[in-house]
Design a protein. Structure first.
Length: 273
């Protein structure tokens, strides 16, 4: 069973709940869409799934249909009675909490899991970055995000969308776009299109142990903060001139021209005595 627009509207009205713009709430209310996302997640019996942003439970129901074990997280306490009505009696575990401040060991029970979520627009990008950094047991992510964010997640070097977020994601995972999602499947309808993106975590970090990840990310942030400048200008005072030659990187290059290997090499050369 899934919920359609009429049922969601009725549920929200009966519980006196209005979607919160501050929380970036745009609920998915199309049965075909949530079932399609659940199918793209490739989960089933024996899989542990975490959903962030339960909303009214539409995607949760579709995930339950796969037979996976589902924990769904919702920060908005006003939605707790709605979720109790929709998911009560199902096998879903509902956690009313901020996903940014969870004990992920408790959520995952020490097992590996898959994140499947319609991420809230307002916190989706930093939340995804934090989960990649801090929750290694989340080994795959299938997320709905704004189309612009999807572009940044999957971008190739030398493209407009390629930036600091792209480099961070590439250091942890392989990203690919799975599908477009039109505004018409959401309540309320957003003004932008969305997309489903899959991130598959590398078995091991793509940043070697001898490279300081924090230092690399700092270089990346500084450089992309002035992305139109050549590296020798944007990183002046941060990277010594001789480091470029040691890294095999041209000081006249711009940040979007460096792939992950280039950033790793420049960070290593910058740290050399």
């Amino acid at each position: 069973m899934t919920l359609g627009p009429a049922k969601v509207t009725e549920l929200l009205a009966r519980h006196a709940v209005t979607p919160s713009r501050a929380l970036g709430q745009n609920f998915v209310v199309d049965a075909n869409t949530v079932r399609r996302v659940a199918a793209m997640a490739r989960v089933g019996p024996g899989d542990r799934v975490v959903e962030i942003g339960a909303g009214v439970g539409c995607l949760t129901l579709a995930l339950l249909e796969t037979g996976a074990t589902v924990t769904t997280i919702e920060v908005d306490r006003h939605l707790a009675p709605v979720l109790e009505e929709v998911l009560g009696g199902t096998a879903a575990r509902v956690v009313i909490a901020d996903a940014r401040h969870l004990d992920w060991g408790d959520v995952l029970g020490g097992e590996q899991g898959v994140l499947v979520a319609n991420l809230p627009y307002n916190v989706g990008t930093p939340l995804l970055a934090d989960l990649l950094d801090d929750v290694p047991d989340l080994v795959r992510f299938v997320v709905m995000v704004q189309d612009e964010v999807a572009d940044r997640l999957v971008a190739e070097p030398r493209t407009k969308a390629y930036g600091a977020l792209t480099v961070k994601v590439a250091s942890w995972a392989v990203a690919r776009r799975l599908a477009a999602v039109p505004p018409t499947v959401f309540l309320p309808r957003p003004r932008v299109r969305s997309a489903v993106v899959e991130l598959v975590r590398h078995p091991e970090s793509a940043v070697p142990d001898d490279v300081d990840r924090e230092a690399m990310e700092r270089l990346v942030r500084i450089a992309f903060g002035q992305r139109r400048k050549m590296l020798r200008r944007s990183l002046a005072g941060v990277v010594e001139p001789e480091a470029y030659g040691a890294a095999g990187v041209g000081p006249e290059q711009r940040p979007e021209e460096l792939d992950l290997a280039g950033w790793v090499a420049l960070t290593r050369a910058s740290a050399a005595p």
